[in-house]
Design a protein around this ligand. Structure first.
Ligand code: ADP
Length: 359
């Protein structure tokens, strides 16, 4: 069935779903648009604060009704209200209680998020190569593309096709160069623009993270969207994130709204593990000579001013760009090259910054 027809058919099926207070879901003003991708269907039900529990059965009925029409597509129904997360028992991280609502992701020992002040600084490229460098160090690693507004992990890792969905509705992640990988990008048709409403994006993030069969992972790297928006808040709010690393270019160091990012991260009792300077120096392809084209030491100083560790610098090299565009990261194609050496050194710094606790 063509995607617009399927959205209409699902909407029609939702007419059979009763909602609290009378009426049906198809006619309910709080029902969002129905997004259909080749492998998933997503919609949200906005409810008044405090009405989430009452709408629980309607959500489940909506899930079932949509599934009968949508065949093998994964159904992602989110219920959004204005209430703070429901009270759960206290959870502990690094020996300290964490705000209620945060829960570990089963099987995943560590979650490290990679963020940046703005787009285009090489955050995703860095996230992928750091993930591969951690793996090269003997860890089991996954990567989650949380940049729902501009997912680039499929391209960077050369992911093909869509993730398969098990009978129980759980995604089987892609495997690329030994990494487990999930991205909404591989569920969209080329150039399909998805206009996420804030709550739907946060719900999609939750499902990509929690409804994926990651298996046992030592580390899950989460590639965040740039800036400090709803996805970042949602991740920090719902998952026990062990730390955030921030990627910046030398030119943008002065511009990163680091204070804002740090304040936001601190609100959720998550440590900033440090700053990575990307596209920092140039290595001449012929002689291998290093040129500090932007001067040296700027990032280290900036990190110090911001009160965060400096994790290292990555050269500006064509091979990174070309390899990334081709879906063959330099950590894979030239594991002994200077780029890979830089990524490995940074991955070790990141591990050194992680609080030494086991879960
Ligand atoms: P972001 O996630 O911050 O938006 P990307 O990772 O998509 O940025 O990178 C933006 C562009 O910069 C891409 O074309 C990428 O290949 C290129 N790039 C990233 N890091 C480097 C580097 N160290 N040297 C050269 N090009 C790079």
């Amino acid at each position: 069935m063509a995607e617009p027809d399927l959205a209409a058919a699902i909407k029609a099926a939702l007419a059979a779903v009763e909602i609290p207070g009378g009426g049906d879901l198809a006619g309910y003003a709080g029902l969002s648009d129905i997004i259909v991708t080749p492998s998933a269907v997503a919609f949200a039900i906005a409810v008044a604060p405090g009405m989430e529990a009452a709408f629980g059965p309607a959500r489940e009925a909506a899930q079932r009704a949509a599934q009968t029409v949508a065949g093998t597509r994964k159904i992602m129904v989110s219920l959004t209200g204005g209430k703070p997360p429901a009270k759960a028992g206290p959870t502990f991280s690094h020996g300290k209680p964490v705000p209620t609502g945060k829960t570990p992701v089963p099987g995943i020992k560590r979650i490290i998020a990679v963020g940046s002040g703005k787009g285009g600084v090489g955050k995703s490229t860095t996230a992928v190569n750091i993930a591969l460098a951690l793996q090269a160090g003997g860890l089991k690693v996954g990567i989650l593309d949380a940049d729902l507004y501009g997912p680039s992990i499929p391209k960077l890792l050369g992911l093909e096709g869509q993730p398969s969905i098990r009978d129980d509705g759980i995604f089987s992640p892609h495997e690329a160069f030994g990494l487990k990988a999930m991205s909404i990008g591989s569920m969209l048709v080329k150039d399909q623009a998805v206009v996420w409403r804030g709550p739907m994006a946060t719900s999609a993030l939750r499902q990509l993270m929690r409804e994926t069969a990651w298996g046992e992972l030592d580390v899950l790297i989460v590639d965040l969207p740039p800036g400090t928006g709803d996805i970042q808040i949602s991740l920090l709010q719902q998952a026990i994130v062990d730390g955030v690393v921030i990627v910046s270019t030398p030119q943008d160091l002065a511009l990163i709204d680091a204070k804002k990012a740090i304040d936001m991260i601190a609100r959720f009792s998550v440590p900033v593990l440090g700053l990575i300077e990307n596209m920092s120096y140039f290595i001449a392809p012929d002689t291998g000579t290093r040129y500090d084209i932007f001067g040296s030491g700027g990032a280290e100083q900036a990190a110090r001013d911001l009160g965060m560790p400096f994790l290292g610098a990555i050269p500006l090299v064509m091979s990174i760009r070309e390899g990334s565009d081709a879906g063959t990261p330099p950590m894979v194609t030239a594991p002994d090259g200077p780029e890979a050496t830089a990524y490995r050194a940074i991955s070790q710094q990141i591990l050194a910054q992680l609080p030494a606790v086991s879960r």
